[in-house]
Design a protein around this ligand. Structure first.
Ligand SMILES: CC(C)(COP(=O)(O)OP(=O)(O)OC[C@H]1O[C@@H](n2cnc3c(N)ncnc32)[C@H](O)[C@@H]1OP(=O)(O)O)[C@@H](O)C(=O)NCCC(=O)NCCS
Length: 187
């Protein structure tokens, strides 16, 4: 896989996805104070401090230079600050695959923004990066995340039963995938 074009900003219907800057660290720290976001993700620490956000931003900047991680801050129409993030991580050039991840700050959940941000990322991943497959996973009880994937055409490929522990309880991990051909048929 050859990655050629790396646009700085993706936008659609007023929604903007832009690379994270170190100056976003404070906003991200505020967004991630609520443990309910960490609860359904695998990589977000809790409690969350400024140093976590700074480390996260430096990591994704390094990943971008290496072309292994493309993380964008989600900025809604008319806003200046990021209110969430969406990533293509673990970009594997040999197999043309990448893992999708996302989160939205609580006040911005439920307005369709995550679905729209994922839609933009799929365009970026399949059209610009020329990926063949994008995959994601969601915890069994995380219905909003599963909905975001289903609304974007992902197929539930399988369930790792009782694979993870959340809130002291074992829960399933659902694996989803979308192939370039399936994406092309939808648009
Ligand atoms: C997953 C997440 C990004 C979704 O954000 P969002 O802004 O609510 O997403 P959207 O508004 O685009 O879509 C959410 C969908 O879930 C649905 N939904 C919300 N709560 C639900 C519930 N309890 N049961 C079923 N569906 C639910 C909404 O109705 C909507 O679907 P619809 O458009 O068909 O009505 C957000 O919940 C989040 O950040 N969660 C914590 C982090 C996380 O889970 N990240 C993903 C890890 S895999």
């Amino acid at each position: 896989m050859k990655i050629i074009v790396l646009p700085k900003i993706l936008s659609r219907n007023g929604l903007i996805l832009r690379p994270l800057r170190i100056t976003d660290a404070e906003t991200i720290t505020k967004c991630l104070q609520d443990g309910r976001i960490k609860h359904w993700t695998m990589r977000i620490p809790h409690p969350y401090h400024l140093k976590h956000a700074e480390g996260f931003i430096r990591n994704v900047q390094k990943g971008r230079r290496r072309k292994t991680n493309f993380t964008f801050g989600i900025v809604p129409d008319g806003e200046k600050q990021v209110v969430g993030a969406v990533s293509l991580m673990n970009v594997n050039a040999e197999h043309a695959c990448a893992e999708l991840g996302y989160w939205m700050s609580l006040p911005w959940q439920g307005c369709g923004l995550a679905t729209e941000a994922v839609r933009l990322m799929l365009h970026f991943g399949f059209r610009r990066l020329k990926l063949f497959r994008i995959y994601a996973s969601a915890f069994g009880p995380n219905l909003p995340s599963q909905r975001v994937l289903e609304k974007n055409g992902f197929t539930h490929e399988g369930t790792m039963r009782k694979a993870m522990i959340r809130g002291g309880k074992r829960c399933d991990l659902l694996n989803y995938g979308l192939l370039m051909g399936e994406y092309r048929k939808r648009i």
